[in-house]
Ligand binder design. Structure first.
Ligand code: PHE
Length: 681
């Protein structure tokens, strides 16, 4: 196998890379995405789909992205180009959507800077925090402060809130200085931006746990509501959250790995990063819920009880209303607020610059232009597009864009395309072997099955499900209209962004830059004629049959026999095509295209069957679940149940054991290989 020994900048150390990747993964999503989704989807029970998603999809895909980046030593577009030149658009699509994230992520950092400024002001002047207040009035104060005074009040420059604008520029300037010197400097900065929020998070968690009433908060967090597991949406949220949290599908991890030292481990790093990210989310949840429990206690003591479940609203509501309110109740409130918002900044900034770096590296690799020119231009464009979110309606627009890019539409769809592209149109086993050759532990052939067959079926089901939901909810023609006939402007824009990203991606991949001439496909298909053509035709025919059976007899779920027959046909055809591709991977002969197309059709037909079964199931379960939920008392107990303790203990054991195992493997491998990786001189 050809190794691309060429001069590319590398991370100084293994630690620098791991921390940078953890820094990208651990971000605002961990603090407001995870706890809220968990709370809303069954409390402790949500951990089951989350952990399944993390280990069965998240970490294997992280390995795939790392391997592709490391093998090709290129950022996303050129990396895909190198494994199959027709796939370049997949890389572009990911990083263009990543760029969409980077247009709004710094806006949230800007909010944090402003809140930090307010906290500092309170510290120096000795005045109470501007959003402080007691009991239910305090919650209203905090909410009014954020949504009215801060977001829409104050001074304007044209249609833009001036205060936020200055901080937005500050966020971009900081990001610029973090990455302008390349990854070696990033590898050093993350030694600060990763451990610091961890320490502050632990401090906040301990502080929260020592508040009276914290246990009540934790019951909201951990007490499992098992019936929610029967609701498919619970699973969907878990998968979506894992994708976003691990920064998958936007080419970020791939780009970071392209700067890895040639001998560096891949598999173990991915596992460490996945588990560390999960640990941060989990501890973040403890900090948040314990503090909110404390807040509820204070309020009820004051005779103005507030329902914790009302206060915890996802996203900005949690970070800029509920939590500031809760912290304002503590002695030394301004200091705690300062710590909290500083923590959000350090959490978010390395996620933000990781996306910037992936876009930057994508453009630099493709065009050969200098970083020192591309980065300032990109930052200026970032600030320019960021202006959209600091107008009066900015936050709602931010929510829409985030919902589109970050929901099942954006992330899971790109993830699906990534798996199909690499599984069916490149030589997956070469990538697996590449990862194994340098890793502390090895992947078996099951990984191929996972990437090529299982993950696409799961993601395909999720994708069709979103489609189905939207059609159900809005009816196809009315999707973009309100009931009064007016246009749903935000949704139109969101959908427009997705479509434009796709068109732009294809266009970018068609443009040939002079720099591209040096770019060649690295994984060459074998030249020998196809083998197993007749078997491939059988596989293809079976998959077409499966699809036809589904469309004509199984799709409404009434005729169960036909539905299951279609599924069985799909499975047989998918496995057959997979086996044919495995032979191709061994490098002797080229498989027939029938095997590839058959495999993809089979994935589609199985996904549709699974969707039909799940929709039928969920209708049954959802009715039951709603009954049970309605009967359930809204107030929760003051102490954790036995099950919650088991969950708490179980998660800690998983994290400690998981990380312990990874480190043990790393130490074992390092001892065997002598100095495994020399820092670059
Ligand atoms: N993983 C980051 C978070 O949890 C967000 C992110 C998504 C960063 C995609 C990079 C790429 O907030």
């Amino acid at each position: 196998m050809e190794l691309l020994e060429e001069q590319r900048e590398t991370w100084g150390t293994r630690g620098g890379f791991v921390l940078a990747a953890v820094g990208s993964a651990v971000g605002l999503g961990n603090l407001w995405g995870f706890p809220y989704k968990l709370y809303d989807n069954g409390g402790g029970a949500f951990l089951i789909p989350y952990i399944v998603a993390m280990f069965c999809i998240g970490i294997p895909l992280l390995i795939l992205e790392f391997t592709l980046g490391h093998y090709t030593q290129r950022a996303a577009p050129n990396a895909f180009h190198r494994v199959n030149k027709r796939l370049e658009f997949v890389g572009w699509w990911g990083i263009i959507l990543g760029f969409v994230i980077i247009t709004y992520y710094p806006t949230i950092l800007a909010y944090c800077f402003n809140y930090m400024g307010d906290s500092l002001g309170a510290i120096f002047t000795g005045q109470p925090l501007p959003w402080a207040g007691e009991g239910i009035e305090g919650v209203q104060n905090a909410s009014a402060y954020f949504f009215k005074d801060y977001l829409t009040g104050g001074d304007y420059i044209g249609p833009f809130r001036s205060e936020i604008l200055y901080m937005l520029i500050l966020a971009w300037v900081l990001m610029y200085f973090c990455i302008f010197r390349g990854v070696k400097l990033v590898g050093k900065i993350v030694w600060l931006t990763v451990p610091l929020p961890w320490i502050m998070l632990i401090v906040l968690a301990v502080r929260g746990l020592t508040l009276e009433g914290s246990m009540k908060g934790l019951t909201f967090y951990l007490d499992p509501d098992w019936i929610q597991l029967a609701k498919p949406t619970t699973w969907r949220y878990a998968f979506g959250q894992v994708f976003f949290s691990l920064s998958l599908a936007f080419g970020v991890m791939l780009t970071y790995a392209s700067f890895l030292h040639r001998k560096s481990d891949i598999n173990n790093n991915a596992a460490i990063i996945g588990i560390a990210d999960f640990a941060t989310s989990f501890i973040g949840g403890i900090a948040i819920f314990a503090t909110l429990g404390g807040m509820a206690h204070v309020a009820s003591q004051a005779g103005q009880p507030i329902p914790v479940n009302e206060v915890i609203k996802g996203g900005p509501g949690l970070a800029f209303v509920a939590f500031p309110y809760a912290l304002a109740q503590l002695p030394g409130a301004a200091w705690w607020s300062l710590i909290f918002f500083f923590m959000l900044v350090t959490l978010g900034i390395d996620s933000a610059f990781s996306i910037t770096e992936s876009v930057l590296a994508g453009i630099v690799d493709k065009t050969g232009w200098r970083r020192s020119i591309v980065l300032p231009v990109m930052s200026a464009i970032g600030i320019g597009t960021g202006l959209l979110y600091i107008t009066i309606d900015g936050l709602s627009f931010l929510g829409t864009v985030d919902g589109f890019v970050n929901g099942t539409w954006g992330i899971a769809f790109i993830g699906l395309i990534e798996c199909v592209a690499l599984g069916w149109f490149s030589r997956l086993d070469i990538l697996r072997k590449h990862a194994n050759e340098r890793s502390d532990w090895r992947l078996g052939r099951w990984w191929n099955l996972l990437i090529r067959v299982l993950i696409p079926v799961v993601l395909g089901t999720l994708f069709f499900w979103s489609l189905y939901d939207n059609i159900q909810q809005y009816k196809l023609g009315e999707f973009l209209r309100n009931t009064d006939g007016t246009c749903r402007v935000n949704d139109c824009i969101g959908l427009g962004i997705m479509a434009a990203a796709c068109i732009l991606a294809v266009t970018m991949s068609l443009i040939r830059s002079p720099h591209d001439k040096a770019e060649k496909q690295t994984i060459q298909p074998p030249t020998q004629t196809s083998s197993g053509r007749s078997m491939a035709i059988v596989g293809f025919a079976l998959s077409v049959l499966a699809l036809l059976v589904f469309i004509f007899t199984g799709k409404d779920g009434q005729n169960q026999i036909m539905l299951f027959s279609s599924m069985a046909l799909g499975i047989v055809s998918l496995l057959l095509c997979h086996v044919l591709l495995e032979r191709f991977d061994k490098g002797d002969t080229r498989p027939s295209s029938f095997a590839r197309i058959g495999g993809i059709l089979a994935i589609a037909s199985i996904s549709l069957c699974v969707l039909t079964i799940l929709v039928a199931l969920s209708k049954k379960v959802a009715d039951k679940a709603t009954d049970i939920l309605e009967e359930a008392p809204v107030e929760s107990a003051d102490h954790l149940s036995g099950t919650s303790y088991v969950i708490l203990g179980g998660v800690f054991v998983l994290i400690v054991f998981g990380l312990g195992w990874c480190f043990w493997k790393a130490i074992g491998a390092a001892a065997k290989n002598e100095p495994e990786q020399q820092p670059e001189a």
